[in-house]
Design a protein around this ligand. Sequence first.
Ligand SMILES: CC(C)(COP(=O)(O)OP(=O)(O)OC[C@H]1O[C@@H](n2cnc3c(N)ncnc32)[C@H](O)[C@@H]1OP(=O)(O)O)[C@@H](O)C(=O)NCCC(=O)NCCS
Length: 169
Amino acid sequence: MEPRTAFQSKTVMTDLVLPSETNPLNNLFGGELLARMDRAASIAARRHSRRIVVTAAVNHVAFNRSIPLGSVVTIEAKVSRSFSSSMEVYLDVWIEDRESGECIKANEAIYTFVAVDETGRPVKVPELVAETSLEIERFDAALRRKQLSLVLAGKMKAIDATELKALFL
Ligand SMILES: CC(C)(COP(=O)(O)OP(=O)(O)OC[C@H]1O[C@@H](n2cnc3c(N)ncnc32)[C@H](O)[C@@H]1OP(=O)(O)O)[C@@H](O)C(=O)NCCC(=O)NCCS
């Protein structure tokens, strides 16, 4: 399988915030943003693997900044590392200032997708080649995040999480 770059999976989705998608403070409802990010991330994972992909975990979400009604929201998703069948997808969320057109970072998130066959069984995916310094930084930390996610999900013993142990010992 030919390795693929992070850029080859890059997925950009831009959309408005409409009244039915807001909370009582007239800001984007968190669940709506999670769904939009899930869609963008699944397209990025599919572009990387060229397979059916399913969401295995939402590893991290930071709702740092509220997103007001009427905002133009851009979500950029890229695979940050692939393993055997799983892929970490990193998402950056931007809002665009109406007058200046300047984009401000609002949120970020990290999802894990797994490539599966038609029966839902995990299948191998291509290696990910990180090129830019940010891509390399995200690639390098992804194994640690995978181990943390597996420990929290009860799928890995903490004692086996070598990357986590290296942080503390
Ligand atoms: C995701 C899924 C395919 C994993 O299947 P599984 O039988 O647990 O398979 P495995 O244990 O071999 O795991 C497959 C890969 O997923 C990774 N994985 C599984 N759970 C994970 C988690 N919580 N966090 C990070 N990675 C996870 C494993 O580490 C493995 O990665 P690797 O092959 O790259 O090393 C299966 O749990 C599933 O179909 N879940 C439902 C998915 C879904 O419907 N999503 C939408 C929710 S509505």
